[in-house]
Design a protein around this ligand. Structure first.
Ligand code: CA
Length: 519
């Protein structure tokens, strides 16, 4: 493997000599026009053109990377075939081959595992000297720095840091509310009243009680569960400044008690656990879904899609109903950043690769990452980048339209919420504004790093607890079991599977996180 790479490098070097030679002659002749191959001197990283091998799975377009190459003289070549659909398999095959490309874009957690074995470079050892833009960003964002720092204190991967405060929000059939003379629910009691009215008063006007008042994609009822003052999964409980788990608390018992009652009364999708990810298409498209909790950008598309099919269809974003303590807040939050570049320890271009990662934190790098190439994907209007009409009218989803041009790929960089905003439908913009202006949004949870030993415990014990929790939740909501009767046994069973040990591991990791953050 190594040998093959050397041979390729030698061939490349021969090509490079030609390139750098013509580069010299250009410098002497100032009349030569700049071509697309001429590096922009201000951001040039290397005198000779360097091509880094890149491992990138998922939709990948090279337009943006080519422009970065023109500016930096560092180009990337994605070695993953476009036909690859199984990212995990591709990653494992790549690792097993022993030939790790110079740059690898993959999940931080997986990168870390291989980094402990020496496959990837500890980036923190280079950042001070070679990456001023990254250093500045991490110094200004100690919480983000702590979230990407491994349990051993090193940074092995720098993700695409997410931007924007909003994630999911509540959506309701405003035209149904109007028809029934109701207002959007602002408390848990009002939520019950509205869902009950949707169920019993035939808002779709077909003479049958076929309405499904509340539904949610992906077997998840956090939209309602969170109204009992808890969040999904492991999270920081602010009053105790420690990590707790949402389904391991008395509040959760209360939430499930209420939801199972609502389920019995037909207020919750009867197929909540089996309907799958197409719940919105199915239930909104058939004019029977009333309310949900989901992502702004995608949920807002249905007004446009269904306006000719369902008269008066208006699926509108509304403020979260206050929780049982009267607090109005949104439980979902964006992640800090889950995937970005790592640098192979075998790379012959480690320093160049790190400088290249730093370019994506510079001003032109950040613009390129979020908006693409000026003149091609966007133009400046009053000094601000605005996507071209041609590009915005793409029939592809935002993510596909972007990725196929190489915009907002999982590089080491920072996402820009304004770019996303330009793609949002009016109802999504309205929703995002409602949630941001009123400060409903939750902050991202810290991303924690575990030692190999801790990971071993989590992978066995947590899997068992998680499976059991999901199983019990379904039984309770579907009315097969009674949550109040089962509760003590449920807690004891979680404990016997290792829940206390799991929480201790999480809190140890959280302590390390806080230490990095306060450094
Ligand atoms: Ca009906």
């Amino acid at each position: 493997m190594k040998l093959t790479k050397k041979i390729i490098s030698a061939a490349l070097a021969a090509t490079l000599m030609v390139v750098s030679f013509s580069g010299c002659s250009e410098k002497e002749n100032t009349n030569v026009e700049r071509t697309n191959d001429t590096p922009d001197l201000a951001y040039k990283i290397s005198d000779k053109k360097i091509t880094l091998d890149l491992f990138y799975t998922g939709t990948y377009g090279s337009a943006v990377d080519d422009e970065a190459g023109r500016l930096t003289n560092i180009y990337v070549k994605n070695v993953v075939p476009a036909s690859t659909t199984d990212a995990t398999n591709a990653y494992n095959v790549m690792l097993a081959s022993g030939n790790i490309p110079d740059l690898v874009s993959y999940s931080i957690t997986d990168i870390e595992k291989e980094a402990f074995e020496g496959a990837f470079v500890a980036l923190d050892e280079y950042i001070d000297e070679l990456a001023p833009n990254i250093k500045k960003f991490l110094d200004e964002n100690p919480d983000k720095k702590a979230s990407i720092t491994s349990y051993d204190g090193h940074i092995y991967s720098i993700p695409l840091f997410e931007a924007g405060e909003t994630a999911a929000g509540y959506y309701i059939r405003q035209d149904w509310l109007d028809k029934l003379g109701l207002k959007a629910p602002t408390t848990v009691d009002e939520l019950y009243t509205v869902l009950k009215a949707f169920k019993e008063q035939d808002p779709n006007g077909n003479g049958i009680q076929d309405e499904i008042p509340f539904f949610q994609r992906s077997m998840n009822l956090m939209g309602i569960i969170s109204r009992f003052d808890l969040k999904d999964g492991f999270y920081v409980d602010e009053s105790s400044d420690s990590i707790v788990h949402g389904k391991y608390s008395e509040k959760y018992k209360m939430a499930i008690e209420t939801i199972s009652k609502w389920y019995k009364e037909g207020l919750i999708d009867p197929d909540i656990f089996t309907r799958g990810s197409n719940a919105r298409e199915e239930l909104l498209g058939n004019d029977i879904g009333g309310m949900t909790h989901d992502w702004f950008a995608s949920t807002s598309r249905y007004n446009e899609q269904l306006k000719d099919k369902i008269e008066g269809f208006n699926f509108a974003p509304v403020a979260p109903p206050a929780d049982i303590n009267g607090k109005v807040w949104e439980s979902s939050a964006r992640m800090v950043g889950v995937r970005g570049y790592a640098v192979s320890a075998d790379s012959e271009y480690i320093e160049e690769a790190i400088k290249y990662m730093d370019f994506w934190f510079s001003e032109p790098g950040l613009i390129l990452q979020s908006y693409g190439v000026e003149g091609k994907h966007f133009n400046y209007v009053d000094g601000a980048p605005v996507f071209t009409d041609e590009y915005l009218s793409s029939t592809k989803s935002m993510n596909e339209a972007w990725a196929s041009e190489g915009i907002t790929l999982y590089r080491s960089s920072v996402q820009n919420f304004d770019a996303e905003r330009q793609w949002m439908a009016p109802a999504a913009l309205e929703g995002a504004k409602l949630y941001i202006d009123n400060g409903y949004c939750s902050k991202p949870q810290p991303q924690l790093s575990f030692s190999p030993d801790e990971k071993k415990v989590l992978s066995t014990k947590w899997t068992a607890v998680d499976t059991y929790m999901k199983e019990m939740e379904q039984k309770w909501i579907l009315g097969k079991n009674d949550v109040v009767a089962d509760w003590n046994e449920y807690i004891e069973t979680c404990k016997s599977f290792g829940m206390e040990e799991i929480l201790k591991i999480y809190n140890d990791a959280y302590t390390r996180y806080k230490e990095v953050k306060s450094k």
